[in-house]
Design a protein around this ligand. Structure first.
Ligand SMILES: Nc1ncnc2c1ncn2[C@@H]1O[C@H](COP(=O)(O)OP(=O)(O)OP(=O)(O)O)[C@@H](O)[C@H]1O
Length: 361
């Protein structure tokens, strides 16, 4: 069931079109991640949902209630929406307990009981409740911000890069704890993040934005395996993108012929392989090549290869490190699975693709 409908919403700041006819349907109880490069409009979308700003045109409806119809909008405090921003935005002069209970009505006993329930829920130790926010770690502050937002029993939770201040280990733990918590509470959630791995693991629905538009939205696995364009492919992870000729349900490219899921297509197209579909063998069979460069990176290394057949650009792959990976060694490229045929030939190459791509020169 659709809980939140964003319908052709546009927002301009002067000459900048921050959102351009954005349409998105969010399911009740679902977790949606909005990803995209810096300046693509993610925070603007969240701000319009929260009611911190109004659209120039378009409608936002939540649970059958019209929140915004162009510039006519319900104020933020009447929306039943919880917001956790990047920095947590806690009140520095209040204790953790008072931060969580801020603005809540009811008796002191009732408020204390609620603060205890919520601090248990987000994994904050009781002794921390009397501290000021600056005496907590970044991860603990995020948990306070989340408890404060949950205290109002929001129908919708908006998270704007809430884990970005945390280091890698704490980030993964907090993300998992928050995802479990929101699921248990049945709160529909929208997460904005730069981090594609975070989006793919946190959400059950991912929307990729660029230049104020939603380029593609769908379940994480579908977006990862079936991106429409090279930009989306490389934004959601490493990708080997190659030019190919399509015929008879196969893609013919410099790594040989591979089956595709697009049997009806013919002619020239870009195809995409994910790194898990490409491996290096030191004894064949496969496509013969020579290693020209190895950049050791611990568990994985970045390998530059030229095909023995010659005539083609080098290929750069990330592979699990192996002592046999040395410049000058002969190897064979082995591919598996189907090649994914991209809808568009995208000229733009994201820097991310450098990890696993056909070299531009
Ligand atoms: N208050 C504002 N005044 C003028 N321009 C703005 C304002 N807020 C956002 N913009 C512009 O709108 C566009 C979208 O900005 P937004 O903050 O939504 O992007 P974002 O995807 O959240 O970026 P980031 O990932 O860097 O936070 C950008 O070009 C930005 O410069």
């Amino acid at each position: 069931m659709t809980f939140l409908t964003i319908d052709a919403v546009s927002k301009r700041y002067g000459a900048t079109s921050a959102l351009d006819e954005v349409t998105l349907h969010i399911q009740a109880g679902g977790r949606t991640a909005v990803v995209g490069p810096s300046g693509s409009g993610k925070t603007t979308l969240l701000r319009l949902l929260a009611g911190f700003d109004t659209p120039h045109s378009g409608r936002i409806t939540m649970d059958g209630r019209l929140l915004a119809d162009g510039a006519s909008a319900i104020p933020a405090h009447q929306r039943d929406i919880g917001v956790v921003m990047q920095d947590g935005a806690l009140f520095p002069h209040l204790s953790v307990a008072d931060n969580i209970a801020f603005g809540l009505s009811g008796s002191t006993r009732h408020r204390t009981a609620l603060v205890h329930e919520l601090s248990d829920l987000v994994g904050l130790e009781r002794f921390m409740l009397e501290r000021r926010p600056d005496a907590l770690s970044g991860g603990q502050q995020q948990r306070v911000a989340l408890a404060r937002a949950l205290a109002r029993r929001p129908k919708l939770m908006l998270l704007d890069e809430p884990f970005s201040a945390l280091d890698t280990g704490l980030r993964a733990n907090t993300r998992k704890a928050v995802a479990d918590l929101l699921q248990a509470a049945g709160v529909t959630t929208v997460l904005v993040t730069h981090d594609q791995a975070e989006a793919l693991s946190f959400a059950d629905h991912v929307a990729v934005m660029d230049s104020g538009r939603i380029l593609q939205a769908g379940p994480p696995r579908e977006l990862y395996l079936r991106p429409k364009s090279a930009m989306i492919a490389s934004f959601l992870g490493e990708a080997l993108i190659l030019p190919a000729t399509l015929s008879d349900g196969k893609a013919h490219c410099l790594l040989g012929s591979m089956a595709t899921h697009a049997p009806g297509r013919a002619g020239s197209a870009d195809i995409m392989l994910r790194p898990e579909q490409v491996s290096l063998s030191f004894h064949g069979p496969g496509v013969p090549c020579r290693i020209t460069e190895v950049e050791f990176g611990g568990a994985t290394s970045i390998i530059t290869l030229v095909l023995a057949a010659g005539g083609n650009s080098p290929i750069i792959l990330r592979q699990a490190s192996d002592a046999r990976m040395i410049a000058g060694a002969d190897a064979w490229i082995v591919t598996s699975g189907c090649a994914h045929v991209l809808d568009t030939v995208d000229e733009r190459r994201s820097p991310k693709q450098v990890d696993c791509m056909e070299s531009p020169d």
